[in-house]
Design a protein around this ligand. Structure first.
Ligand code: WQD
Length: 338
């Protein structure tokens, strides 16, 4: 079986990707420092894979460690997820974000060059577009914006590092620009596991509905959108994971391929709340609050290129994602997964 190194493979998106890699006949090898993932969910990942997956506990910024991993395995490719990703936290702790996220990608591409591993799939983000100046439906050619946070800057800088390294001809990379990953595996056995108070809206909603949080605050009601709340492209994490399988299988005829991964549809915060209440049958306790610094008013993806290049499109909608997130939240509480 073809081996794929999955950095951050115990995390939210990484773990869903590991499950899909196994389903597609690959042998994932996980490296994760568990700074934003819980070993408690690994057994569930193995259950869903039907077998144990090799896991190296450690930081992919550690070149000595990473070199031993590359020596031990002949990789077909690398999927690089490992990075800190909380927008708000990155504003408070920029050094931590630049150090971790940039040293991680530098170490990965250095080892790939050293060991002749050519294929890289990189977890990038729509945050590199900043606040869209033209259409809020962004294509891969939309000019890169000014990211609204150090987190966003690390994604933009990492893309540039990969582009520059790829010019040496030893690495070919697919940069996947995610929009808003939400949802959980339909089994309800793995999902998003925020550390502390959730930054992202869906885990905050499910924790509010579960009584863990008192009330959801909707950040801003005076945006220039149909209902005054922000617009996002919420994509089911399983659809997102499947896009990575298409990307790792892509025969690249050029150094870099940049692809938006979203549904191509915009959903407002209020529409998301309505969908949540419809799907779960629960009335969500929420209120309007002030805008959150750094929030983009509206952004969603033009996904034509993903369909054309990867033969991929999102199959699951927002309601399915909410249904799966709610199932995971109830599983998590019942089995005290923290
Ligand atoms: C979505 C909308 C909030 C919480 C970030 C990163 C992105 C990706 C996903 C990694 C916004 C509103 C939120 C709450 C709210 N990260 N909201 N109350 O900021 O769009 O994207 O996370 O892959 O790269 O930038 O996601 O879920 O935090 O916010 O009203 O308690 O929900 O204002 O409009 P965001 P989010």
């Amino acid at each position: 079986m073809k081996k794929i190194l999955v950095t951050g493979g115990a995390g939210y998106i990484g773990s869903h990707c590991v499950v899909e890699l196994v389903k597609s006949g690959f042998q994932p090898i996980i490296i994760d420092d568990f700074s934003n993932a819980s070993p408690a969910t690994l057994q569930n990942v193995f259950d869903l894979c039907g077998r144990e997956i090799p896991v190296i506990t450690g930081d992919c910024s550690d070149e000595v460690l990473l070199r031993t991993v590359f020596k031990a395995h002949e990789f077909e490719g690398v999927i690089h997820f490992a990075a800190f990703k909380a927008v708000g936290e990155s504003v408070e702790h920029p050094i931590k974000y630049y150090q971790n996220n940039l040293n991680g990608v530098l170490s990965v591409v250095k080892m790939m060059e050293e060991f002749g591993v050519q294929k890289l799939v990189f977890s990038s983000s729509c945050t590199v577009y900043g606040t869209p100046t033209g259409s809020v439906k962004v294509t891969e050619e939309t000019p890169l914006g000014v990211p609204n946070s150090p987190y966003g800057w690390t994604k933009l800088m990492a893309e540039q590092i990969i582009k520059d390294v790829a010019k040496n001809g030893k690495i070919k990379a697919v940069l996947l620009r995610y929009f808003n990953p939400i949802g959980a595996h339909e089994s309800g056995k793995i999902g998003e596991l925020p550390v502390g108070v959730p930054n992202n809206i869906v885990p905050y909603m499910t924790q509010t509905a579960a009584g863990i949080r008192e009330q959801l605050t909707v950040f801003g009601s005076d945006y220039q959108t149909t209902d005054g709340t922000c617009l996002r492209d919420f994509i089911h994490v399983t659809d997102l994971a499947i896009a990575h399988i298409a990307a790792i299988n892509l025969e690249l005829d050029k150094e870099i391929e940049i692809i938006n991964i979203g549904t191509g549809k915009g959903t407002s915060v209020l529409e998301l709340i309505s969908a949540f209440e419809e799907v779960t049958g629960k009335s969500l306790n929420w209120k309007f609050g002030p805008r959150r610094a750094g929030d983009v008013e509206a952004i969603f993806a033009e996904v034509e290129k993903a369909h054309k290049i990867l033969n991929w499109s999102a199959k699951r909608g927002v309601k399915k994602a909410i249904e799966d997130s709610w199932r995971w939240e109830q599983y998590r509480l019942k089995h005290e997964v923290v």
